[in-house]
Design a protein around this ligand. Structure first.
Ligand code: MN
Length: 327
């Protein structure tokens, strides 16, 4: 508690003394990234500053439910692309990263090199690509960035509207695999706080309602799964079919329904790139496995991208790393 209180004091000063406050969720924006970004926008507004949320993903790549949220908020919370931001940028701007701490997972590069201008609010482990910041709250014991931001809103005595409470709850719901994984009593207290603010579980689950065609593709991936040992499930997607990172992640998530310790799905995501999505219960740390393949994440949820390779080759690389762990 002390740590987050000190972070709040530091954050106050940073926001008050900066120019534009640019909130930066990760590329491939998901419910946790958008929910936490919207929550932090309320803090910025309370301090009488104008927040911008920077989203630079191509529209076709944005998840159906996340796009619904973006459409709902865009009149109240200015959303800008990187190009639009570059037209208003000043050297005094502050970048508040939410649900991300690594340089290669955001759309800014040189802008975030000054650690005085970077704030990080995240629940992913740090590694060598974590950006420098002298104002950060990173805690991988917390389920989601949305849980951290809800705690911050409490400290600021900000009561989110029922809409914003739904967005934060959607972030928690995503990163806990529908409140089944990676939850603590603190997570459930945070959920209770959001319900008190008017969040509605039916509205949240509707945001997760699948697009029929995309869900069919996820189920196709799941049908390709093999259990390679008693504890690891593995999907090798067809080389010739392009999937999205989200579809690969959902397929890996789905496999945790079975009696496995971890699940990996490997598929072609276009642009000459193979993606591996990894999910785990408790025994296997998929964060460190993905780190060994230049990716990142945390022990339960991680991913990597490999360029100029094939699904088969990516699988070989993965097996080389996991074999010593599972044998
Ligand atoms: Mn997250």
């Amino acid at each position: 508690m002390e740590v987050i209180k000190n972070f709040k004091i530091n954050l106050d000063q940073k926001i008050l003394q900066s120019g534009n406050i640019v909130i930066v969720p990760h590329n491939g924006i998901d419910f946790d990234a958008i929910g936490s970004a919207i929550g932090i926008s309320l803090v910025v507004k309370k301090l009488k500053k104008a927040p911008f949320i920077l989203i630079d993903d191509p529209v076709y790549k944005i998840d159906h439910g996340v796009q619904l949220i973006i459409d709902e908020i865009k009149n109240n919370f200015p959303i800008i692309t990187k190009e639009k931001y570059s037209q208003i940028a000043t050297p005094q701007d502050l970048f508040v990263l939410t649900d991300v701490n690594k340089s290669h997972m955001i759309c800014l590069k040189d802008e975030v090199k000054n650690k005085d201008n970077v704030v990080i609010i995240d629940h992913h482990d740090e590694d060598e690509s974590t950006l420098g910041s002298n104002c950060k709250y990173i805690n991988s014991d917390i389920s989601s960035a949305s849980e951290i931001v809800t705690k911050l809103l409490n400290l600021y005595k900000i009561k989110p509207s029922s809409d914003v409470a739904n967005y934060l709850l959607a972030g928690i719901y995503l990163d806990t695999n529908k409140l089944t994984k990676n939850i603590s009593s603190e997570t459930m207290k945070t959920v209770a706080t959001l319900l008190d603010c008017g969040a509605n579980m039916n509205v949240v689950t509707d945001l997760f309602a699948e697009d029929f065609n995309s869900d069919r593709r996820v189920q196709e991936l799941v049908s390709k799964a093999k259990i390679i040992t008693y504890s690891i499930a593995l999907i090798l997607a067809d080389e010739g079919v392009e999937y999205t990172k989200e579809e690969l992640a959902k397929a890996a998530d789905y496999l945790l329904k079975y009696k496995v310790d971890a699940a990996f799905s490997i598929g072609n995501i276009g642009d000459n790139t193979i993606s591996i999505s990894a999910r785990s219960k408790d025994k296997i740390n998929v964060g460190s496995i993905m780190q060994a393949l230049n990716g990142g994440g945390n022990q339960h949820s991680a991913a990597t991208k490999l360029e100029n390779t094939t699904v088969e080759e990516a699988n070989k690389k993965l097996l080389k790393i996991i074999k010593p762990i599972i044998l």
